[in-house]
Design a protein around this ligand. Structure first.
Ligand code: FEO
Length: 172
């Protein structure tokens, strides 16, 4: 059985994952209308992954005798100054999510809820992966700068990254 404190913390993570899914969906749309299909596909896949992260939490809360809360979400940014700005935001957002997961882990230890602590380890590992992918992309984008040809090649390149991350990060 979940304590009220843990349930509240998990519910707030559910909201964060749902908002992440919306944030990346908005990025996918922006990339798609700008003609970068590879980037758009990557962002659509990211958005789907975040929904999976959310669902995994929802099911955990409900299975442990709690009630998952489905909340109103903050509207995401829908336009960006540049692809560089967009990927910077993606990276910063993943760092924020990692901090939030760390805080959850901390609360689970404080409450001596070892089942939740164990469950959260999947998210800890996932965040290492997500931050690494986002950092890698940002490094590439920083190298490309404003070079249109570079961006074109990057758009093709990122498709491969989508396939790899989707395969290695598939939720159980
Ligand atoms: Fe669900 Fe990208 O963190």
């Amino acid at each position: 059985m979940l304590s009220k404190n843990i349930q509240d913390a998990l519910n707030s993570q559910i909201k964060i994952e749902a908002e992440s899914s919306q944030i990346y969906l908005a990025m996918a749309c922006w990339a798609e209308v700008k003609g970068l299909e590879g980037v758009a596909n990557f962002m659509y896949a990211q958005s789907d992954e975040e929904r999976e992260h959310m669902l995994k939490l929802v099911k955990f809360v409900n299975e442990r005798g709690g009630h998952a809360q489905i909340s109103e979400l903050k509207a995401p940014n829908v336009t960006f100054k540049s692809f560089k700005e967009m990927f910077k935001k993606l990276f910063e957002h993943e760092v924020f999510v990692s901090q939030s997961i760390n805080e959850l882990v901390h609360i689970s230890l404080q409450e001596k809820d070892y089942a939740t602590h164990n469950f959260l380890q999947w998210y800890v590992a996932e965040q290492i992966e997500e931050e690494a992918v986002a950092r890698n992309i940002l490094d590439k984008i920083n190298m490309i700068g404003d070079d249109k040809g570079g961006l074109y090649l990057f758009d093709r390149d990122i498709e491969n990254l989508t396939v790899t991350t989707a395969a290695t990060n598939a939720p159980e």
